[in-house]
Every structure is written in C-alpha cells, then in structure tokens.
Design a protein around this ligand. Sequence first.
Ligand code: AMP
Length: 279
Amino acid sequence: MDILTSPGEMHTWRWGCGGTVGFVPTMGYLHEGHLALVRRSVAENDVTAASIFVNPLQFGPGEDFERYPRDEERDLALLEQAGVAAVYMPRAEAMYPEGFQTSVETREISLPLEGASRPGHFAGVTTVVLKLLNAVMPDRAYFGKKDAQQLRVIQRMVRDLDVATEIVACEIVREPDGLAMSSRNVYLSAEEREAATVLSQALFEARDVFGAGERNAAALRDGVQARIAAESLAQIQYVSLADGETLEELAGRVERPALLSLAVRFGATRLIDNVELAL
Ligand code: AMP
C-alpha cells in the first residue's frame, strides 16, 4: 500500500493507475462505517485510494479539532487489509501552505441544520473535499448517509463545478443496538453511550409511524423531540423534518421524500443521526 503525503505525490500515483479509481475520504479513527465505504469502493473499482486528514478548516473555535481521536497505525492496517492501494495523508502544510486563501462554498443547502449549528463548517468541508478530489482525481468517491447534509452539499458542489467524479452514497452502519457508528462515540461515558440509543430508537419509531400513514410534519418531528427530551442526559440541538433534496424545513403534510435528522449532545459529545422517509 502506497502512502502519499502531498498533492504532487498523489497526482504522480494517479497518473500511474490503469482502470477506474475509487476514493474514500475520511478523518481517520476508522470503524465499520468507514470500512463499508472502502469495501464498496474496492468491489466497484479497479483500485481504491483512501485519505486520512483531520481538516482544521471544518472545525469551529471550541470544537474538538485538538482532541479528535487518532490512531494512524491501526487505520493503515485496516485499510491495507480491506484492499486499499493508496492512502493519501497530506500534511497540514501541504494542504494549506502559507498564503492559502481560497474557499469553496455552497449557498442554500449549507445554511440549515449542521450549517446553522456549526457556522463555517461546510465551507471547510467543501474546500477540503474539492482539494482531495483534485489531488486524487477519482472516478467515484464514496460518502456515508450518516452525514446526510454533507452528502447533499458535496453532490451540489460536484454538479455545480463540473467535477468529473461520481458521488456514491452509502447506507449508515450502526452498532447492534442502533447507535450510528462514529469516531466520536469513543468520547461517550458508559452512561451516555447507553442513553444515546434513544436517538436511533426515536428515529426508527418515527419512520414506523410514517410508514403506518402519519403525514403531519409537526406530529412526526414532535414525536422524536418528545422521545429524546425524556432522556435526561440528552440535550437536543435540533430535530428537523426537511425536504429530502433541498433540506427546507417541512410544515403541513409530508408529500415528498423527506429527511428526519437530529443533533443531540450527551455531555461534551455532539452526535448526529438521521433516517430517510421515503414515500
Ligand atoms: P469521517 O471520518 O467522520 O469524516 O467520515 C468519513 C466518511 O465516512 C464520511 O463520508 C461519513 O459519512 C462516512 N461515515 C461515517 N460514519 C458512518 C457510518 N456509521 N455509516 C456510514 N458511513 C459513515
């Protein structure tokens, strides 16, 4: 497995590739959610590259950039085992050298939800993802539905800027008790970890209620809100029922595919999760 640490090295590797290249960008501290993306890329492409880069641009002041969990050695072993051919691990100075001053931003799609809770977050995401796509030049790039708004923001950017990479959306991988896998789950105390199961339970219940015919947006959203509010360790940041494509908040009847999503804090740990409501 090749390790590349600058855009120039990555380009040289890419030009030496025959066939299709799949790409899985990550911030490392890998879990089964990341590995599901990797396995899919390995199955669908001739070669797969992954990246590990904890991107300072997408963390706000007071967020967890400094303490974001890292385990490079384990990550590399897992990627190699999964059949990855190259890992892009740019040094921060190679990504953002002195004088760096360009930002890529989507507009409406990045304003609600995570964008409202984390100002500047998506500009950091789109800027780094475009840089990664430009360095790797993949045929396909794999992203998880766990970060549902991020996925839409990246799809929008790729369409708007004519990036020649197909964005492949992958299902959320969950722990056996339903908690969506996340590198940040390691921050949870045993008590918080247990309490956090309320998130997927509330979302799944709402999806069942929707499946049984409930179409009132407020009733669906309030059901999730109430279920989570009953858990004393949970501090809700938002519960949203939005248009599945534009992410505009829905009122009245749900007549189109929708996204039910939330961000909830348990102590210092902020978790996100979502389910799609398909008609
Ligand atoms: P991260 O390392 O958190 O930036 O995530 C890298 C990629 O893995 C993103 O496309 C995430 O959406 C995806 N991902 C993270 N957790 C999961 C999960 N539990 N299931 C599916 N994809 C995930």
